[in-house]
Design a protein. Structure first.
Lengths: 214, 214
DNA sequence: ACTCATTCCGACCGATCGGTCGGTTGGTCG
DNA sequence: CGACCAACCGACCGATCGGTCGGAATGAGT
């Protein structure tokens, strides 16, 4: 069957994506050579170019796969019911969980925001990335608006609050050695993740809560 | 006078640092070539190598200059009196101001956390960076502890809260086009900076405040 | 006038970059 | 069987990488 590679062994394409994700997260787009990726997979360089016709396309594919994983969990978490406050709590927590489970994600995500030069912004891959990001930001924005008009969150500029909130969610898991140095322990250690999550949720809950009305 | 270049014209060395800072912030360490830096300054490549003996040293010099600027403002802001809550408010605000005044700073700072591979961690420059970071983190940590034991802030893990707070402070000004897309306007526009600052201070004030005691 | 250090440059080095090319497998069809 | 095709490879391309070297200016000190 050519249409169903239902084997347990991951395809070469997936293994290339895995290796590339790890390397791009650690050293950035221009810090990684295609030879390095190929060696990591155990293939020749030209074989990598057989699966992805350019470095930019490989990078875009890595980003899209990550965004898809995050979007998937995020919208599922958002779809589950509850008041805006409950839903915010749950989906911020779930977001942290995804980032904690895949140590490469936060870093690569942050990097891809900086290196927009590298991405072929106009190509179809750039479009896909753009849509995936929108698929995450838009429902989040709606949730905040909903909570404010329901009187659960204090009134504030939704876009500014969103931009602010992305920081503490993504940064800790992207900080790598720096974060380890601050905490004294591995950021991805289960106990640290739990601690980080509880502190962040405390901060968000109280920081966004409407002051007078309950 | 060889020891006092007190002219108004910036020295070649400083102009190299300026150009390199701009480029490193936009494209990262390995995304920038020494030729590019030299062209930006209007010098030959070998002239740049006359002032900085390697690319890594140039990068470290850029980082140190930025950290020094931030540390300077930060410790000055911290030294001024007031209760812990007042001092936290003021120095977070001042921190935002520095980052807003120099659009390259936040991005380069974040990048340098990711690219610890590129920095010669064991060399004297690496040491200088390390100390500059410590010079900022340590007084901040002390401030938080002080506020907690004084009962002004709610009790929490100082290190985790610190790691969390760095996110919303640095990220918005590092987000570049992404931030612009979220806000709909330039992140470094004076009005947006004001808005961002007020939202962040609201969030921090309420989010860290002790719940019961006043 | 002679020296000496600073600043700058063009030419060059070996290595590596992203990417191409021609060709060889091995498996799946008709 | 022969045709086809995805997967893979080694060899190679021009360009660029970080870095070196010898020398040409310039100016201050003596």
């Amino acid at each position: 069957m050519t249409i169903a590679p239902l084997k347990n062994e991951p395809s070469s394409r997936d293994r290339i994506l895995d290796v590339a994700e790890e390397l791009f997260a650690r050293r950035g787009y221009s810090g990684v050579g295609m030879k390095e990726v190929a060696d990591g997979v155990g293939l020749g360089k030209s074989s990598v170019f057989h699966h992805f016709k350019s470095k930019a396309e490989l990078y875009a594919a890595v980003c899209i796969r990550i965004l898809a994983r995050i979007e998937d969990r995020f919208v599922r978490s958002l779809a589950a019911g509850g008041t805006p406050a409950v839903r915010l709590d749950r989906c911020v927590g779930d977001l942290l969980d995804v980032l904690a489970e895949h140590p490469t994600h936060a870093r690569l995500l942050l990097r891809s925001m900086f290196e927009d030069d590298d991405l072929p912004d106009d190509g179809p891959e750039g479009r896909a990335v753009y849509e995936a990001v929108g698929g995450i930001l838009e429902p989040f924005s709606s949730l905040l608006k909903e909570g404010m008009s329901a009187g659960e969150f204090r009134l504030a500029s939704v876009s500014h609050v969103m931009l602010l909130l992305i920081g503490p969610i993504v940064f800790p898991f992207a900080s790598g050695e720096f974060g380890q140095q601050v905490l004294g322990k591995d950021v991805f250690d289960a106990a640290q993740v739990r601690r980080l999550k509880s502190e962040l949720l405390d901060l968000v809950r109280v920081g966004l809560h409407a002051p007078s009305a309950e």
